[in-house]
Design a protein around this ligand. Structure first.
Ligand code: HEM
Length: 207
């Protein structure tokens, strides 16, 4: 399957609209007063979607390789930016609606729930990826350096899972964190395996 440019534009528009559905649902639930604990629901829902989009971003390359649908690569930037977008909403909910920008209160909360710090580190590492996602930044940095920088996502996703795991561990509810650990591990191991396979013939040639 190889979509024409206009089909690809339609696919991109569809993915863009689909990625906004969770936000639209949140806004709807908040404004119709359907939520019992809106703050907790928004924090959890945006956290979940950050993790889903991180996993989808990591899944693009394996899916492209396995299906040979090279055009999938063209969706990766958008999906990655949606991971950042939901992380920003998640962080803003914590900063603004949960703590009203009160730094002392936030630090107290982090001391009580250290898993928040892990989420914060993951979020900070996502910022350079979002900032350098434009074509102009790829040119400025040069392909190799840009690629190295964007490997930060291999750290961000496990940190996101650790953040989730740690939060749920306090509630003795590890089914979902285990599932996401397996998904992220599989996506990273596949990459390592392919990278090793690529290196092996080169080494054999040198020897
Ligand atoms: C890449 C970054 C991040 C990811 C992937 C992420 C993901 C998640 C997930 C999946 C949850 C659990 C949702 C559920 O229970 O279903 C969660 C909860 C939470 N996250 Fe994050 N998070 C990130 C960054 C942050 C940041 C930057 C903060 C704040 C500084 C933060 C604060 C919280 C808090 C306070 C909760 C618990 C909410 C509650 O107890 O109801 N997270 N996060």
């Amino acid at each position: 399957m190889n979509p024409t440019p206009s089909q690809l534009r339609a696919i991109k528009a569809l993915v863009f609209a689909a990625a906004l559905v969770p936000l639209a649902r949140l806004v709807w639930l908040v404004f119709t007063g359907a939520l019992v604990e809106p703050l907790q629901f928004i924090t959890r829902s945006t956290g979940d979607w950050t993790l889903y989009f991180l996993c989808i971003t990591l899944a693009v390359t394996p899916l492209r390789r396995l299906s040979k649908w090279n055009w999938l690569h063209k969706l990766r930037r958008m999906v990655g930016l949606f991971a950042f977008f939901y992380a920003l909403l998640h962080f803003t909910t914590f900063l603004w609606f949960d703590h009203f920008f009160d730094v002392a209160e936030m630090l107290k909360d982090v001391a009580k729930r250290p898993f928040i710090l892990v989420g914060f580190i993951a979020f900070v590492l996502l910022i350079p990826l979002a900032v350098t996602s434009t074509n102009g930044m790829v040119r400025r940095l040069g392909g190799k350096r840009w690629q190295w920088l964007h490997r930060l996502v291999y750290i961000v996703a496990p940190l996101g899972v650790l953040h989730f795991w740690w939060m749920k561990a306090a509630k003795h509810d590890l089914a979902q964190p285990m599932l996401f650990t397996a998904i992220v591990a599989l996506l990273l191991v596949l990459r390592l395996w392919w990278a090793r396979k690529k290196q092996t013939p080169a080494r054999a040639g040198v020897a």
